[in-house]
Each structure stands twice: as C-alpha cells, then as structure tokens.
Write a protein that binds this ligand. Sequence first.
Ligand SMILES: Nc1nc2c(ncn2[C@@H]2O[C@H](COP(=O)(O)OP(=O)(O)OP(=O)(O)O)[C@@H](O)[C@H]2O)c(=O)[nH]1
Ligand SMILES: [Mg+2]
Length: 302
Amino acid sequence: MSSHNLKAENGRPGMSAKRHGRNGSDLVVRVPPGTVVRELDAINGSNGFEGLLEMEMSDMKMEDHLSPRGILVCELNRNGQRAEVAQGGGGGRGNVAFKSSQNRSPTTADPGEQGQRRRLELELKTIADVGLVGLPNAGKSTFLRAVSSAKPKVASYPFTTLRPHIGVVNADGKLQDKRIFTVADIPGLIEGAHDNRGLGHEFLRHIERTAFLVYVLDVSGEEGSAIKAFNVLQNELEKHEPGLSQRSRCIVANKMDSGGAVVENLNDLLDELGCQIDIFPVSARFETGVEDVIRHISESLP
Ligand SMILES: Nc1nc2c(ncn2[C@@H]2O[C@H](COP(=O)(O)OP(=O)(O)OP(=O)(O)O)[C@@H](O)[C@H]2O)c(=O)[nH]1
Ligand SMILES: [Mg+2]
C-alpha cells in the first residue's frame, strides 16, 4: 500500500483595498470507477490555512489492500461521478472587514480559513470476470486451484479464505479457445452476509462488478442441503444489491467424489433449477468436470 499527500492550492490571504483573498483552486483526483473512499481518521486542519488532502492509494494487489477499518465516505462507481472529500479553506477577509470606529483604515487582513485535512483510504473493488460464491467450506478455493495457477489456502474448516484471491484461467490450449479470464475466490458467505454477518459486505462488494457468477455448492452434505445453500446465497446477493442474483451464472455441484447424499442433492438441483441454470457435477479435489465449467464460462462471458 502506498501513501500520498495531496494538497489543493492554498486560499490566498485577504488583501488591501477591500479585497477578499481568492479561494484556492480545487484539486481533482481522478480514480477508476469502482473506487471506495474511506476515512481512516479525521484530523481537522490544525496546520493553517490550506486544504490538505492526504490519501492512501491501494494498488490492485488483493493481498494487502483490504483493511475494513475506515468509515465509508463515498463510492465512485460511474464514469464522471464526482465527490468532494475535503473542503479547502476560504480566502481571508480583506482589510475592510477590520474597519471599526476606532480604526477607519485598518491594515490587517485574514490569512484565510483553515482547510480540512483528512486521511483517506482508496480501495478499488475487485475487477475479475468471474466471481465464486458459496457457503464456507463449499470448495471455492479448491475449485480456483483446479482451474488456475492461483494457490489459495484450502482447509476443512469454514472461513479459511479471509481475503479475495484472483486466479487467471487460461482456456487456451486445452479448449482451442483463446480466452483468458480472471476468477475471484472470495470468503464464504453465510445467511445474513448482506447485513454484515460473517465477513459480510466487505466481500460481497468484490463480486458486484464481475460479469459472471459461479455458485459453488457442496453436494456431499445431508439431503436438501445443496438447494438450501443455493437459496441462501441468492437471497444474500439480492439483498446486497438488487439484480445481483440474476447475473449470468452457473452452478458447480462440488464434491461429487464424496459420500453423503451426493446423488440426491444433485437431482434436487437438477429438478428445481435445471431448466433455468446450467449445473455442472464436479470434483474440484480430483479436477473432474472442471473443463466443462471453464468452457461454459468462456462462452458465457461478454
Ligand atoms: N471430497 C472432496 N472434498 C473437497 C472437494 N473440494 C473441496 N473439498 C474439501 O472441502 C474443504 C473446504 O475446501 P475449500 O476449498 O477450502 O473451501 P472454501 O469454499 O474455499 O472454504 P472457505 O474459504 O472457508 O469459504 C477442504 O477440506 C477441501 O479439501 C471435492 O471436490 N471433493
Ligand atoms: Mg476458501
């Protein structure tokens, strides 16, 4: 993470001959769409009359830029959208403001008002083509390892993944398809994620801008658990951002190699959703069925 001090022009001191000091001109900082601005702490301009803006620019490396610590100031999602994040000090009052019955021609003028000084963190929301969504432990990270050279940690407990990982899938070669796309593996979602339960909002945000969603469902649990998981995920996505649950998507019915109610769960999914969504039986662990998913994603991406 790198830190930058950005400073708008100072307001000018007040002047003689009744002239008010000119306001400093604005400093416009251009950021890419998808930038989230958070305040790390508020320091009110103690150092005089300048509008000082201190920012921390996150680069796009996912490893070190997630710090859910500041208060949300704004999100800049659209081209051309603007937000004022720190107000500069106004120019100083000119000598006329100090005129009184005792002093008819004052020579004093204001230096100018104090500007606002803020420490802000700028974070760019994940830009991946594809987002993996699933309950904790469903096998998202295992799937990402199977389709890309990314190596997110895999373990048999929930919330193994604590921050997003991006894998690059090179569909070239195997599939005679020249496409390369990126897949974001995010921490598991739980019921109430839209309300910030679990790792909540922080991570739902990262899939907002993906073009395609892969629901990774564990079919090795008890009968009915896979369809239930799907409904929970849909509900959380929709509550987080209306329309998100209808984004182009497919289902990976994962852990097909496992015991449990694998066949029943897969059949449930096919019965209830088979005519609306493509469902792929997969074993991410043994990398079976994954090529069909890659091909499907590759064909579905805009
Ligand atoms: N049998 C079997 N086990 C799998 C398969 N895919 C993942 N697992 C196991 O399921 C557990 C969870 O896998 P992860 O890939 O860490 O799951 P995750 O969805 O990333 O979990 P969180 O990051 O905690 O949300 C691990 O013990 C994996 O080895 C599979 O296809 N078959
Ligand atoms: Mg994981």
